[in-house]
Design a protein around this ligand. Structure first.
Ligand code: NAD
Length: 473
């Protein structure tokens, strides 16, 4: 399979191609463009030229394109899931769930396209404002530069492309090096859905080369980035006055209070910790359990995690497959070793088989160990004992990150106190921090980022507020 650049509504032969390999089988899966600066320039030019077309496209047309896209993707959901499984080693059932969410994301985007509006302002509230009528409108920001990670190659692209089209913008998309095929598949669907030429342009290749060009080009009006904190912070430093939204990493935690029914919580926590090998920005990484339930919880959790099926992402049975890069396997093993040297014990896993890190459970982990205080992005979870929910909240907050957190409790007062005191973008009461549906406001505090996604909120980020004042005097 050979893919070409998608620029100005056309498939453009690139000057250079690289071979894309499966992270699981290590076999070649496609030839993909390794775009250079000239090609990135052409993509930006096309997006700039298409601005006036998109700006004038009526809301019902933008909504119609997104609605058709959502239907087309639904019709080809199995093909789409296989692409994700192949390029990202995402187990097929998880990949199918991603496609189904992506269908929803574009559907929400199509609905949101129809309700972008401002408000009227009572100017006579201020002396001197009498006899004037004012209203606001939201205008498209222009060219959106979208840079996306490998871990949700369809749905996180949708969280940028969907609201950008809904609000009448044009896009230059740079997907992650390892997952370009999902993005090119989207281009095929959008061609069929009737998107005007130049509204979406996709360039694949070196992140730093292409990323720097998109981030520093003055004609790009906004950068929407999802990825690692290091890259995100660098982007913010280079972007100048461009609007920037950053959806970055985390080390998400859940708190288990006394008197809860452990069994359903264990099942949910196992899913939250090991889905897609823990390579999810809100993956469950830290579990704090009150001492009364600690033994029961850890035993049941380790037993449940042991049942996970390890293997080929293309098998419908598989729960856990290869990590995205081999070096992440060694890094994970090093971090596990470090935690053990600092007093932790391994209740499950702790070993690797080729590119696969076995689902791992660590107990009594020092908060300073990297598996606790950094983003682990691997199938590793720690379970620590706490004396009280208050202590647990302090531990959750003692982090450079703050994306989402969860608490299981039967006590409404405890739940509401936790909602007040957890310093994160979203608090999940009686659920894991990994819960997300696609229209909710989603984003973090501290090093987890800035700005919010979730269609309505992303549309706000991708539009500018304009005020119109009419003097009737
Ligand atoms: P990454 O930061 O390595 O790459 C993300 C994107 O940035 C890729 O497209 C990459 O090519 C590009 N890039 C690399 N260097 C660049 C540069 N100098 N300038 C501009 N772009 C550059 O991240 P990844 O490994 O693909 O994804 C994993 C990370 O993403 C984790 O930290 C995870 O938590 C985070 N993430 C966050 C969210 C969220 O919504 N908060 C969602 C998913 C993933």
């Amino acid at each position: 399979m050979k893919k070409h650049l998608f620029i100005n509504g056309e498939w453009v032969e690139a000057a250079a191609y690289i071979t894309l390999y499966s992270p699981y089988s290590k076999e070649p899966i496609a030839q993909v463009p390794d775009a250079n600066l000239d090609e990135t320039e052409r993509a930006i030019e096309a997006a700039v030229r298409a601005k006036s077309v998109m700006r004038k496209l009526p809301a019902h047309r933008r909504a119609g394109i997104l609605e058709r896209l959502s239907v087309l993707l639904d019709q080809r959901r199995e093909e789409a899931a296989r692409i994700i499984a192949l390029e990202a080693a995402k187990p097929l059932k998880t990949a199918l769930a991603e496609v189904d969410r992506t269908v929803q994301t574009y559907k929400f985007a199509s609905e949101e396209a129809k309700r972008i509006h401002g408000e009227t302002i009572p100017l006579d509230a201020a002396p001197g404002g009498e006899g004037r009528f004012a209203y606001t409108i939201r205008e498209p920001i222009g060219v959106v530069g979208a840079i996306t990670p490998f871990n949700f190659p369809m749905n996180l692209v949708a969280h940028k492309v969907g609201p950008a089209i809904a609000s009448g913008n044009t896009i230059v998309l740079k997907p992650a090096e390892q997952t370009p095929l999902s993005a090119y598949f989207l281009c095929e669907l959008l061609e069929e859905a009737g998107l005007p030429a130049g509204a979406l342009n996709v360039v694949t290749g070196d992140g730093k080369l292409i990323g720097d060009k998109i981030v520093s080009d003055p004609r790009v009006n906004m950068i929407t980035f999802t990825g690692s904190p290091g890259v995100g912070i660098g982007i913010r430093g280079k972007a100048g006055l461009k609007r920037v939204t950053l959806e970055l990493g985390s080390n998400s935690a859940v708190i288990i209070d006394r008197e809860v029914n452990v069994d359903p919580i264990v099942a949910r926590c196992v899913a939250g910790a090991y889905s897609f090998q823990g390579q999810v920005c809100i993956s469950l990484q830290r579990i704090y359990v009150v001492e009364e339930l600690y033994e029961e919880f850890t035993q049941k959790f380790a037993a449940a995690a042991k049942q996970l099926k390890i293997g080929d992402p293309l098998s419908e049975e598989t729960d856990v497959s290869a990590l995205i890069r081999e070096r992440d396997v060694q890094r994970s093993l090093d971090w596990i070793d470090e935690a053990c040297r600092q007093g932790a014990s391994v209740a499950l896993g702790g070993t690797a088989d080729g590119g696969i890190l076995m689902p791992t459970v660590l107990l009594d982990v020092d908060p300073a160990a990297q598996v606790s205080c950094k983003e682990v992005f691997a199938p590793i979870v720690l379970i620590n004992k706490v004396r009280s929910v208050e202590d647990a909240i302090a531990l959750v907050n003692d982090s450079d990150y703050g994306l989402q957190a969860g608490i299981y409790t039967e006590n409404v007062r405890t739940a509401l106190d936790a909602a007040d005191n957890l310093h994160v973008g979203g608090v999940m009461i009686n659920d894991i921090p990994t819960f997300r549906v696609d229209h909710m406001p989603y984003g973090g505090v501290k090093q987890s980022g800035m700005g919010r996604e979730g269609l309505k909120y992303a549309v706000e980020e991708m539009t500018e507020l304009k005020l119109v004042v009419i003097n009737r005097n």
